[in-house]
Design a protein around this ligand. Structure first.
Ligand code: HEM
Length: 407
């Protein structure tokens, strides 16, 4: 089936899918029908419409209009000053944007401050693993999520991956910060700005000839896509921590999930698509994440750029093989082969044999009185250093794009 007719088939699928009827078979990609029940969601109920056909009706037309009426440069300049969760919005924003943001910045009614505080305990103790996992498991996995790889590659940020990664890493940093969702934290701001960026991408990417030739759907970043990427984050992290036998108290595991449930809501995902438990998250991931992983030329290029990020420091001599080896260790041989990551005769066996004992020693020391605080200080240093390197020591500002990748 050529691209055009596949797209048309998917359009028909879209119409039927919207009434919950059909799974469209497309070559090379599993396109399972959405059968995950809203009973397993934080809402506990819902219409069970396939989120492949749900985007962001509150943000999308408003941001498209901001772009079309030329307001974006002024808005970006004003929003650079808006950095803290409880900070009033800057004066001078267009009224439609201000109204949207005042709504979008509200935490969901089900946000549980107790759980969010427990999530801080979890992040303090497991910050090192989280940093490695977000960067190398989730980050590299995003390059084998075909729709995400295509969207990232052909959007503005695809042309400057270091800048783009620093902005995405900021979200990973903000959600793990001690004050993430507190008035002086930054996670709410980061989510609301990301929601605006995603809405802009939905308007801009369909105007990109290159993206248009490749993409299966006319509008990118559906709520289903967001949940796919979401599973590459907390669900994948929890799967790995479990595989590494990191002992996590049930309350902390639930709290970590909760901090990401709140993030999904703040990114504009409807509550009926947000899993209420790890069991539900795993069952949704098995349906929407695991079957879609596949290599694409764009994803392979993005992965190579990511693996070369350390080159500025050591010309890639050590950093590239180590990052490649970590990727193979985290995501397995199949994904490493897709991404054309070479085998590393020293690092691959070393990680296989040494990582388990490293985790065991670190976990074994955790009960010592000062260990959590010491780990936090060390991990916080590493996280800050990584962000500083990625941002080239400039303030990280998530901004609404005005163009796609220059061709
Ligand atoms: C932008 C996070 C899902 C594609 C961003 C940014 C963040 C972010 C923090 C701002 C960075 C920037 O401005 O460069 C997330 C999170 C997601 C998610 C946490 C899910 C939980 C997705 C999905 C896609 C996508 C599913 C595509 C299928 C993009 C693109 C940009 C972007 C194309 C803009 C890049 C640019 O032109 O600068 N995202 N995202 N995102 N995201 Fe997402």
């Amino acid at each position: 089936m050529d691209k055009i007719s596949r797209r048309n088939a998917l359009k028909v699928g879209g119409a039927l899918g919207a009434i919950g009827a059909l799974a469209v078979a497309a070559p090379g990609q599993a396109r399972a029908a959405w059968t995950w029940s809203p009973r397993g969601s934080v809402a506990g109920t819902g219409a069970a419409v396939d989120p492949r056909y749900v985007w962001d009706p509150e943000a999308d037309p408003m941001v498209a209009s901001l772009i079309d009426r030329g307001d974006v440069p002024r808005v970006n300049e004003l929003l650079r000053t808006w950095t803290k969760n409880a900070q009033p919005l800057p004066a001078g924003l267009p009224a439609d944007l201000r109204d949207f943001m005042e709504q979008a910045r509200k935490l969901p009614t089900w946000a549980d401050q107790g759980k969010l505080a427990t999530a801080v305990d979890f992040n303090e103790k497991r910050g090192l693993y989280l940093g490695v996992l977000y960067g190398l498991a989730s980050g590299m996995m995003s390059t084998v999520i075909p729709k995400e790889a295509l969207a990232v590659y052909y959007s503005q940020g695809g042309a400057d991956m270091k800048d783009r990664i620093s902005k995405t890493a900021k979200l990973g940093y903000d959600i793990g910060a001690r004050n993430a969702y507190q008035p002086d934290g930054e996670m709410v701001v980061t989510c609301v700005k990301t929601r605006l960026v995603h809405a802009a991408v939905r308007h801009l990417l369909p105007q990109s000839p290159q993206w248009n030739q490749q993409a299966e759907e006319e509008i990118p970043i559906s709520q289903r896509d967001i949940m796919v990427t979401w599973h590459s984050l907390p669900t994948t992290v929890m799967r790995k921590l479990t595989a590494w036998k990191v002992p996590i108290p049930a309350a902390e595991s639930t709290a970590f999930l909760h901090s990401w449930q709140v993030a999904a809501h703040m990114l504009g995902v409807r509550d009926e698509y947000i899993p209420a438990s790890w069991a539900e998250a795993n069952s949704q991931a098995a349906q929407v994440l695991d079957p879609v992983l596949a290599p694409t030329p764009e994803g392979i290029k993005l992965a190579d750029i990511l693996l070369n990020l350390g080159s500025a420091i050591d010309a890639g001599i050590l950093s590239k093989p180590i990052l490649g080896s970590f990727t193979r260790f985290m995501l397995g041989d199949r994904i490493a082969e897709w991404l054309k990551i070479p085998r590393e005769p020293i690092w691959d066996p070393l990680l296989r044999t040494a990582w388990g004992p490293f985790v065991a020693v670190r976990e074994g020391l955790l009960p010592l009185p000062l260990a959590p605080e010491a780990y936090w200080t060390f991990d916080e240093f590493l996280r800050k250093a990584a962000l500083l390197f990625l941002s080239e020591a400039k303030p990280i500002s998530i901004e609404i794009p005005l163009t796609n990748r220059p061709s």
